[in-house]
Design a protein. Structure first.
Length: 228
């Protein structure tokens, strides 16, 4: 049995096995929390808008919305899209960080991406009184991080920022983000607008932060000795 957070070295005639459904628990819980929180949000008197982020609050020194806005969503479609994104792109990031300190690091990384994405949005729209809600900035942080894990085997580290695959995928994601921003609303989200700037900031934070996190906390594979 290998230590927690590490793979067993593959032995001749005994190929490594992976379970069919192996989403790390922390990624599953984050994804599940999004629709669950929205279910309760609908019963709040103001639909939770008192906890939304308003850029103008930064001028008054009110910072709590940077965090609480991540707990709110503009509709079921908005909540489910973010939940699916958190599950799909959070799983490889959580696997990279392992099972020891990994879940805590993953949670802090997710929250940091969301807070910085919302802060970036607030600085760009300084003084605006329009509220913003959603965990999309945090989810785009996971997307940015997962972009540097494309095609990398478990325990193999992350791709360089200058890797052609990373550059191509990043341009594609930012292109899609810009296009949806030009549309001006989220289809199926009750007319809610798209905070494309928050998406972009979250993506960049995740793209840059996953390198140092992988070096500090990334899971390493125990490889079998080379055979002559």
């Amino acid at each position: 049995m290998s230590p927690p957070g590490r793979f067993e070295a593959p032995q001749p005639g005994n190929p490594p096995r992976e379970p069919i459904f192996n989403v790390p628990l922390v990624a599953l819980l984050i994804a599940a929390s999004i629709p669950v929180l929205y279910f309760f949000q609908r019963d709040l008197p103001d639909l939770g808008m008192s906890m939304a982020f308003v850029p103008a609050d930064l001028q008054q020194g009110r910072w709590s919305g940077l965090l609480t806005a991540m707990l709110l969503h503009g509709g079921w479609a908005h909540a489910w899209m973010n939940a699916i994104g958190a599950l799909a792109f959070g799983a490889p990031v959580a696997r990279l960080l392992g099972n020891r300190a990994g879940p805590i690091v993953f949670l802090l990384f997710y929250v940091a991406c969301g807070v910085l994405a919302t802060l970036g949005y607030g600085l760009i729209h300084w003084g605006s009184a329009a509220p913003m809600v959603g965990a999309s900035g945090a989810v785009f942080g996971l997307i940015g991080a997962a972009t540097r894990l494309m095609g990398v085997p478990p325990g193999g580290g992350v791709l360089a920022l200058t890797d052609r695959r990373v550059v191509t995928a990043s341009l594609a994601w930012m292109g899609v983000n810009a296009l949806t921003g030009l549309i001006g609303f989220a289809p199926g989200a009750d007319g809610a607008g798209i905070a494309s700037e928050a998406h972009a900031v979250g993506f960049v934070v995740g793209l840059l932060a996953i390198g140092p996190l992988a070096r500090a906390f990334g899971r390493r594979v125990e490889r079998a000795p080379a055979r002559g």
